[in-house]
Design a protein around this ligand. Sequence first.
Ligand code: UD1
Ligand code: UDP
Length: 382
Amino acid sequence: MKIVMPIYGTRPEAIKMAPIIAALQKSGTLSCVVTVTGQHRAMLDQVNELFDIRPDHDLNILQQRQTLSSIMTRTITGLDELFSVSRPDAVVVQGDTTTSTAAAFAAFYHGIPVVHVEAGLRSGNLFSPFPEEGNRKVTSQIASLHLAPTSVSRANLRAENIPDGDIVVTGNTVIDALLETVAKNIPFTDPALEEVAASGKKVLLVTTHRRENQGEAMQGVGRALARIANSEPDLAIVLPIHKNPVVREAVLPQIGGRTNILVTEPLSYGEFTRLLSVSSVVLTDSGGVQEEAPSLGKPVLVMRDNTERPEAVTAGTVRLIGTDEERIVHEVSRLLNDQEYYSSMANAINPYGDGHAAARTVAAIESLLGLGDRIEDFSSLY
Ligand code: UD1
Ligand code: UDP
């Protein structure tokens, strides 16, 4: 059997890789060997535990307040050693984290074909998101198979002269993970969250972590949350906060003492998707959350000036609002208080996948390795 090695290191990669690992483990032609870099620790282990994934190799690279260069060099060094004793027939990397680009490089240097999942996303601005736009462009240059989630991402790859025969449109595996997980209706472990869900109050779900928003912009996000909490006393604001101390230092001092802001540790994926499903409005700078919320019919305000995920903006359920404090307060208040406007954004649409992206991914890998024919592209909404 040919050996396929998924390599990942952060929470979102783990969520999006989990359905692929499950599909690889069921394959009759491929053997799956899982490697994690440990770029995240608690937030990565949380996902592996939920999906019952026990990695075969763990580079354990995390350092507190790690630099991009340390993630890159520690990953390449660790994989260099691993590939010289355990060489897969292909590696699978996901998205645009530094783990994914470093893993792609390490494999490329060893002559191992790279399969890039969630290929072709582009914001068009090399510095936003940073370093992700640069990371994914580099990976596109050295990958052998590009799995684009939508026709929009395929068009981006074509525009960069990636050969058409090397691109397959699969849908995004995040929708596979979401549909499977949300159906389980996983209970909250924190009684305060159960209370919020049972209260019938409107819920504003907030996440923030983007590197380019850290510092003053993120402090402004915190101040905006405090103002919204003051002006909307019946609203429950829930902020599952990223493990990054830089994020905590920017946001938490701005919001202290408000009883209608519930700050939690990062939630398990099961709990987070349940919280998404009981939320009224989502305020985020996350990539994955922009993909998930629309399929649950939740309006999303994205605290960025651009996005590499324009499909849900086109569909009308995602709005780019930037990080200006006044604008955040205004946009949230409008969604909460203007029913007609709210309804215009609260449409359940699924531009990112149909829940079968992992099966297409495995079939495309089989084809790359000479074990099957080319599959049909997923026909996405956009
Ligand atoms: C990384 C990715 C980003 C992705 C995000 C998902 C890069 C450059 N960035 O950013 O693309 O959107 O993950 O969340 O690849 N930490 C812990 N425990 C954890 C996780 C993080 O302590 O489980 C702390 C550490 O102090 C670490 C810091 O958070 O130094 C930042 O983590 P890092 O992976 O460098 O950056 P993220 O902002 O999480
Ligand atoms: N998520 C989670 N628990 C949380 C917050 C987010 O499981 O407390 C999930 C979310 O559903 C999405 C993913 O984490 O699938 C997004 O991760 P993040 O925002 O850290 O990274 P990005 O998608 O921006 O790269």
